[in-house]
Write a protein that binds this ligand. Structure first.
Ligand code: NIG
Ligand code: FE
Length: 397
């Protein structure tokens, strides 16, 4: 077998094939052809056009941040200060701040300004070995501004090498102009925006925020029915601040993922296990809101629900531009193991996006690699505020 390129002398964390294991191969090798992996495993004799010696470094798949809201304008530092003075996220939201404040700033911003601001945040993730990023809309909340945001998200993919998974988050917050007519806004989402966004292929999936300060389970169900009818995948911000049985709702629609889950009960976990819905844990939001209710990690483990870890990068509840830090927080706050953290930003994050060709070092997968200046996987999780990335390799496929 002749390869375009081989990476030798690597300590591989392949993230497969065994479920639940990161599968370390000492003295491993990765071979690629046309940007795809053709071999990953113990060193073997092979010819190649180009040989890269990894110097014994740890090599993982490029990392995947499967939940971000990184396309927005402005910031909410004043709300952060208000919370330091005792205000809660819900109080700020009900007083017209919160998501609504970022919606005003984002509506007022030009596509170029949005692109420039978002690109900086994306670059921070890339600097830490991230090669696939999910980005949600949801700060436009009308036709022109949601499409403006989704086009900016598409452009971010065109100007960087990152694989972008775009998500339409129309059901994020009720915009002020619909304050007195919730049903009209749901109608706008289901009859106009979802069909249009599906036909323009501006999003892979539809997300919603199921919460007392956002949308009811019945409203989310209407949105999901429309999404599915137009061939879009679904996922949900579920049970973050209270238990509205969002995880079970997401599972009922075979959602790719249910995210946050602090207040999810055992029935919700069992439903997710049944549907294969991935649990996306967002320790940055837990930390920022000083939440004390932990997601049901033991039940997720017991039911075999795959857990992913993401930044939730957004201006309100998680102004966190570091997936390595999210892993550290998941370990320290949620007691995830090192292997769970690493699977959470690779193999399980890929599953949360419905992507079958990233997140694992195996034949057929894109050759997105992160080569780290560390010897053991634990070093990636334990360091705080330091990126030991040596090099990233982008697949040409
Ligand atoms: O994931 N929960 C809803 N959406 C975001 C918060 C967005 C914001 O506050 O701007 C989240 O926490
Ligand atoms: Fe979020």
């Amino acid at each position: 077998m002749h390869a375009d390129r081989i990476f030798t002398n690597a300590r591989l964390a392949t993230m497969g094939p065994c479920t639940g294991s990161i599968d370390i191969v000492n003295n491993g090798m990765v071979a690629t052809k046309a940007g795809r992996i053709i071999y990953a495993g113990p060193a073997r004799v092979m010819t190649a056009d180009e040989i890269t010696d990894c110097g014994g470094r740890l090599v993982t798949p490029g990392l995947i941040d499967c939940h971000t809201h990184l396309a927005y304008a402005g910031h909410r530092a004043a709300e952060f200060e208000a919370r330091l003075n005792g205000a809660t996220y819900e109080e700020i939201s009900r007083a017209g701040g919160g998501i609504a404040a970022t919606v005003s700033a984002t509506r007022a911003a030009s596509p170029t300004a949005l692109l420039v601001a978002s690109k900086q945040r994306l670059q921070a993730l890339i600097n830490e070995g991230v090669t696939t990023v999910e980005i949600k809309s949801g700060y436009g909340l009308d036709e022109a501004n949601e499409i403006k945001l989704l086009n900016v998200i598409r452009q971010l993919g065109a100007i960087s090498k990152v694989d972008i998974a775009p998500t339409f988050l129309g059901a994020h917050s009720l915009p002020p102009e619909f304050k007195h007519d919730r049903q009209a806004f749901i109608h706008l989402l289901t009859e106009t925006l979802i069909p249009k966004i599906a036909s323009l292929k501006l999003a892979d999936a539809v997300d919603g925020f199921c919460e007392a300060i956002a949308f009811t389970p019945d409203e989310i169900a209407e949105v999901f029915i429309a999404a599915r009818a137009h061939g879009l995948l679904v996922k949900l911000h579920a049970d973050q601040l209270s238990n509205l049985h969002g995880a079970a709702l997401a599972a009922r629609f075979n959602a790719l993922s249910a995210d946050h889950l602090e207040y999810t009960d055992t029935n919700g976990v069992a439903a997710m296990a049944h549907s294969g819905t991935v649990a996306v844990l967002l320790p940055g939001a837990f930390y920022t809101l000083r939440e004390t209710q932990l997601p049901p990690i033991a039940a997720l483990r017991a039911h075999g629900v795959r857990m992913a870890v993401a930044t939730d990068l957004n201006p309100g509840t998680s102004p966190l531009t570091s997936l390595l830090m999210a892993m550290n927080m998941a370990a320290t706050q949620f007691r995830l193991t090192v292997d769970e953290c690493l699977l959470g930003v690779t193999r399980h994050a890929a599953a949360a996006l419905g992507r079958q060709d990233v997140g694992v070092l195996a034949p057929g997968h894109k050759c997105h690699l992160a080569i780290w200046n560390v010897e053991t996987p634990a070093e990636l999780v334990y360091q705080i505020g330091f990126s030991p990335l040596h090099k990233r390799i982008w697949s040409a496929a």
